[in-house]
Design a protein around this ligand. Structure first.
Ligand code: BTN
Length: 251
């Protein structure tokens, strides 16, 4: 089924806005949240012209080639750190159900297939003074993005490359949202944490986190990574850029 307003109207039972082309679904979702969107509302696009990734990076969403969606959520603020977990785990499960191939998580929320990144998550909290107005949870999945000839060709992958066949984006979105809703309804549960941790490929690896090098020994219930340095000291790290492997002079 081609991704379109009418296909999504048949498949989804939540408020949604579909765009053929948009700057960033996260930005549209933030505006909709300010305009009174309900918890669970969804923004979805066939193409993004200014898709945003983590750490200020660009996220490519060429037309007809990916899932680019943003969920508008109103969780208790204590659960904000778990939105990442919920999204990355749901993407993994969707891939294992629909493609189907094995999928894992590179801390904190990159979804990895065959050693390459297939999906990323961009959560953004919106505050009014010290009140949480809501959160926008952006999810991007490469379905048939062509990375040949791009700087990402060694590190990124599309689901159709792994599947070796054509995939239906409406089917993928439906499965992803079904998994997401099931986990979101138990966002505070130990089961969510355990399922997320069981997909995490980063544990017991040598990692470099900015200036810190060590072994990833565990994760906290909020999703922070614990790194043991060469002196045996344990450091807790939140969001940031993690490199799996030892640091090299040229990195
Ligand atoms: C990452 O850097 O890994 C996060 C990528 C998140 C991309 C998604 S695509 C839908 C949503 N809209 C955006 O502009 N970004 C997120």
């Amino acid at each position: 089924m081609t991704l379109s307003q009418s296909a999504l109207s048949q498949a989804l039972s939540r408020p949604f806005k579909y765009f053929d082309r948009v700057d960033s679904t996260n930005d549209v979702a933030k505006a909709w949240l300010a305009d009174g969107a309900l918890d669970g509302a969804l923004v979805i696009a066939n193409e993004q012209t200014r898709g945003r990734g983590r750490l200020g990076r660009e996220w490519r969403t060429p037309p007809d080639s990916a899932l680019a969606l943003s969920l508008i959520l109103k969780p208790d603020k204590s659960y904000l750190p778990r939105l990442n977990m919920t999204a990355a785990l749901s993407v993994c499960e969707m891939i294992m159900e629909c493609v189907p191939v094995d999928a894992g998580i590179k801390w904190p929320n990159d979804v990895i297939v065959q050693g390459r990144k297939v999906s990323g998550v961009l959560p953004e909290a919106i505050w009014e003074a010290d009140q949480l107005a809501g959160a926008v949870l952006g999810i991007g999945v490469n379905v048939r993005v062509d990375f040949s000839g791009s700087a990402l060709r060694e590190s990124a992958i599309s689901l159709e490359q792994a599947a070796g066949r054509r995939l239906d984006r409406v089917v993928l979105i439906t499965a992803l949202l079904r998994r997401f809703d099931a986990w979101y309804s138990q966002i505070g549960s130990p089961a969510l944490f355990d399922a997320w941790r069981s997909r995490l490929g980063t544990l017991n690896e040598v990692v470099t986190f900015h200036d810190l090098e060590g072994v990833a020994t565990g994760v906290t219930a909020e999703g922070a990574l614990l790194i043991r340095d060469a002196n045996g000291r344990i450091h807790k790290r939140g969001a940031g850029e993690l490199v799996v492997g030892a640091r090299h002079e040229d990195r």
